[in-house]
Unconditional design. Structure first.
Length: 560
């Protein structure tokens, strides 16, 4: 990157004059931004560059301010936001709102831990990236707050652990972000639009860009008795491993499945299903084995593994999807050493009027007390808007499979457990999060083994980061049982937490923090009557880690 170069000497003199006057006036311009503290730092003031880095040299000065167009153009604030309270303010103008992706970009920890508040994307104000739950979400129609060619004000403010994003003094997003954590680099990007910047400043702690370490310190401890990195980025020629699932076979072997993503970390592409086995309760793991792939270097996505163990036959069934359109199943009769040629069950497990989307799990399936096998899945709604969870059921040990109950909700990535004989509790990733919805899980109960479900509800005792979670029925040594649930208990994919419930999911323990850093998908397994196994993604998908933990350390009050 190179420092911004003014187009002529006169412009440079104007900058110097502006800085001199601002020093005499005690930064009186702060009052127009609603800030009276003289420690405000200006990046652009009255349309003139003060402390910025023009990455591409595309930003030109004119009578209104600095202006650029082009998706590769970047204008970096010369300081990064540190810890503590702060307020960012900017006055911006977009000439044509039909041109997408003008945005404020946030960068807390390098190229992955980023986020964007996009001012116009397909007619909507939109958020996307790690700061906003690792997904793209429409916030509200852009026409409500921004008019083409008109100036508008942007404010981002942190007070305590709450960060608010406002456009034209209207709240468009609110989230939790710990006060002691650095906020990072701030960048304006015009996208395909023409973006003009009149004012850009910051009040609060800041660090010069040249001194910024583009990655947060990650010395977070992992709770538990033992930890092993089962899948690591770059292992066996795979770029990234994601979507972990975990079961214990009838023989006691642990089987950890994942997607092996060949070329990059993207959800779709050249993706295989891989497996590692452990015969000593997760203390060591055998070499990686390929379960299924298609086409060599072809861009075929084989993913969303859902293993389920039949206690009576010992068979291990493995459901998965092809390009999120077809549902297939394979099985192993020798403890996961070998797998049958997959069978495509799409015609029998996908209704003709459903949308094209189909996803199994991702998490483990279950076997009920009566022997029924239940596999959680979700599909695209007939209208093409949103998703809906459903169950895949077999009552004859996998000879035949059928569609079970469909909880009435737009949620997805459901996980299920039997709470009493033939009574199920399902816990789901909600797809309705935005600034007007709670960051909570959705739940429902079935009285008949998954054939039908009652009404769904938000459970805000289980905070959620728009991410998959895992549910497990844990059978204790004293003959009682409880539910165990894991997910990133935050509005971001971090803070993997395990909670327990002794009443079928209606109330939950305060929870035990397993990992305080970046964490996402997870799965749970019972190793013995006292020990829980946790397999989870951490450190921005660098590794999938297995942790052994005694149940007594997770919920002392409920295990006595």
């Amino acid at each position: 990157m190179k420092a911004f170069t003014p187009p002529n000497r006169t412009y440079y003199q104007l900058i110097c004059l502006a800085l001199f006057l601002s020093g005499l006036s005690g930064f009186s311009g702060c009052k127009t931004a609603g800030i009276s503290d003289p420690s405000v730092h200006w990046f652009i003031r009255d349309g003139q560059a003060v402390d910025i880095v023009d990455e591409t040299g595309d930003w030109a000065a004119n009578a209104d301010g600095l202006t650029a167009t082009g998706d590769l153009s970047r204008l970096h604030a010369g300081k990064c936001v540190g810890s503590g309270d702060f307020e960012l303010f900017a006055r911006l103008r977009i000439e044509d709102l039909s041109q997408d992706n003008a945005s404020l970009m946030l960068d807390a920890a390098g190229p992955v831990e980023t986020g964007e508040l996009i001012f116009s994307r397909n007619g909507n104000i939109t958020v996307r990236g790690f700061f906003f739950g690792d997904r793209t979400q429409r916030v509200r129609p852009v026409a409500e707050l921004i008019r083409p060619g008109a100036w508008f004000d942007l404010n981002v403010r942190r007070r305590g652990d709450t960060v608010e994003f406002r456009i034209a003094d209207s709240l468009v997003w609110s989230m939790q972000y710990a006060n002691e954590r650095p906020f990072g680099k701030l960048t304006l990007k015009p996208g395909r639009a023409q973006l003009s910047v009149r004012k850009f400043g910051l009040w609060g702690k800041f660090t010069p860009l040249s001194e910024w370490i583009p990655r947060l310190e990650r010395h977070y401890p992992v709770a538990g008795d033992q930890q092993v990195d089962v899948f690591t980025r770059g292992q066996a020629g795979y770029h990234t491993f994601r979507i972990p699932t975990l079961v214990r076979s009838k023989a006691g072997t642990l089987l950890a499945f994942a997607e092996g993503r060949k070329d990059n970390a993207a959800d779709h592409g050249n993706v295989d299903l891989v497996l590692r086995r452990s015969t000593d309760g997760g203390q060591s793991w055998q070499k990686l084995q390929l379960v299924y792939e298609e086409g060599g270097t072809a861009k075929v996505t084989i993913g969303n593994p859902v293993p389920v163990v039949d206690r009576e036959t010992g068979n291990i069934w493995l459901f998965f999807c092809r390009d999120n359109k077809n549902v297939l199943v394979t099985k192993s009769t020798d403890d996961g050493m070998h797998w049958t040629t997959p069978t495509d069950l799409t015609d029998s497990l996908k209704e003709p009027d459903w949308g094209s989307w189909y996803a199994t799990g991702p998490c483990h399936g279950i076997q009920l007390t009566n022997g029924r096998l239940v596999v959680p899945a979700n599909h695209g709604r007939p209208s093409g808007s949103g998703t809906q969870p459903h169950m895949i059921i077999s009552d004859d040990h996998g000879k035949n499979w059928r569609i079970g109950g469909l909880p009435e909700t737009n949620a997805n990535e459901n996980t299920v457990a039997e709470i009493e004989t033939n009574q199920l509790y399902v816990n789901m990733r909600s797809s309705n999060h935005n600034n007007r919805k709670p960051y909570c899980r959705e739940v429902a109960w079935s009285p008949d083994g998954g054939d039908n479900f009652g009404p769904t509800a938000y459970d805000c005792k289980l905070p959620d980061s728009i991410c998959q979670g895992s549910l497990l029925r844990f059978n204790r040594e004293d003959g009682l049982h409880m539910l165990v649930f894991s997910n990133p208990a935050s509005q971001r994919r971090e803070r993997l937490t395990v909670r327990t419930s002794a009443d079928g999911g209606r109330n939950w323990s305060a929870g035990t923090l397993i990992y305080g850093g970046s964490a996402a998908y997870s799965d749970l397994v019972q190793i013995d009557g006292k020990t829980l196994g946790i397999l989870f993604e951490r450190d921005l998908y660098q590794t999938i880690t297995f942790v052994r933990s005694r149940l007594s350390t997770l919920s002392e009050d409920e295990t006595k």
